[in-house]
Design a protein around this ligand. Sequence first.
Ligand code: FAD
Ligand code: 2HG
Ligand code: ZN
Length: 492
Amino acid sequence: MTAANDDAGGARDADAGGARDAHAGAPRDDGALRRDLAAAVGDAHVLSDPALTAPYETDWTRRWSGRARCVVRPRDTAEVAAVVRVCADHGAAIVPQGGNTGLVGGSVPAAGEVVVSLTRLDDLEPVDLLAGQVTAGAGVTLARLQEHVAAAGLAYGIDLAARDTATVGGTIATNAGGMHVVAHGTTRAQVVGLEAVLADGSVVSRLGGLVKDNVGYDLPGLFVGSEGTLAIVTRARLRLVPRPAHRVVALLAVDDLAAAVALTAHLRPRVAGLTAVEYVERAGVDLVVERAGVTDPFPGSHHPAHLVVEVAGQDPPTEPLAAAVTDAPDVRDVAVADDGPGRSRLWAVREAHTEAIAATGVPHKLDVTLPLRRIVAFRDALDALLAVRWPETRLIVFGHLADGNLHINVLGADPGGAEPHDDRLDREVLELVAEHGGSISSEHGIGRQKAAYLHLGRNDADRAAMRAVKRGLDPDGRLNPGVLFPPSGARS
Ligand code: FAD
Ligand code: 2HG
Ligand code: ZN
């Protein structure tokens, strides 16, 4: 599949972290590797039959796929450590995998790596009510975690549409964001401590739950967002937040992105308990109605843009929200829900976007942040770029507006091919983001997709420091080669 290795960036960062071919110099004996892995985790948990490995070899978007040397499914930290040591002995590279809902090609093999699936690490400890924390295995899904802590009257600060499949470990490895960042921050802000297996099979652990703990380097902090390139996360100690007694969702129709930004600026200081400020456009609403069976919230009105606003609190927040919306400039239509089914109906307008896009084709998917004061100029420049360079495409833009995070999905840029192959589109959009002072990866990570463009978000000194960290912790480049940094030997 397409490895997004472009000229300048590919040449600059190839060999990053000493990540040379992890197979080089090692005699390749798959039978012996599988036998040793089976000794570590049991026969049933080493998969090599293509019918069984297939789901682990293609990512959620269908853009990224590759053959695994085998798939191994350890049950606990000790088994993960044993697997890592066996892989080291056999010169095998590793792709850690959680729910495989990642969107940048980081969770699937490219060139015969061993996929280490963490989904069986699914133990959940009782909620520590005194500390407001819980310890969860890397394979616990976000939905299960939420259900578990809700029973104790608490909530976890991260929520995504992929909640039923995305795991604690995967969300930590990508520093996932999601719908509630405006209230609780990204995953980084929820992680109090971690247990992780390093590339040599040693285990680092900081699960004591101390919120103040300044003893040297913050290793858990380093592993959050490292996309499986520095360590395999096996357990996490997570901060919890109060579970609000009331929640209200409002869908607010506006004329365009500029009006949505103005409305965000109006609501932010006026509404206590804002837990989401999400943005969708007409093209996306039409798509979710057409492809995902979502009900058009304002049938026949064809509003160009909408904000989905959620407010939560211990007291009913409907009246304060209504007061703020009444004073707001240029709101064309309002739909409000404070009961479960009503909230879900309004949320579906936003949350069904990714599924509806996938049901339409394999998009070019770019996840970017812009400074809010430049987001409208960027959006205009994006339209202009696509109109000139890719006039036949269908553009769906939505995202987490309070965070300046836009999700850009471009369908139909690769006529004749089922999969995107024209990496120029990704590069030109990301260059536009950099020109506007934005980030080329907001919440999904760099993965394989953006490895060649790291220089658009990190200067030479940054990248040298990142390479030094990678070399220090994974000198043989065994953990997720090709992710974050381009693979060695990448075309220049
Ligand atoms: P995977 O996809 O399996 O892996 C992702 C990366 O983490 C890979 O690089 C992998 O190697 C690494 N990894 C996985 N587990 C471990 C581990 N235990 N230790 C070390 N490395 C590991 N993302 C957002 O941020 N916000 C959203 O709102 C959002 N919404 C989504 C909605 C849909 C419908 C879908 C399909 C995806 C969405 N995502 C979103 C993307 C995705 O869900 C997140 O990136 C999530 O964090 C991935 O979790 P996972 O368990 O599926 O990880
Ligand atoms: C979301 O916010 C996810 O729904 C997925 O981050 C974004 O599909 C996308 O582009
Ligand atoms: Zn998102």
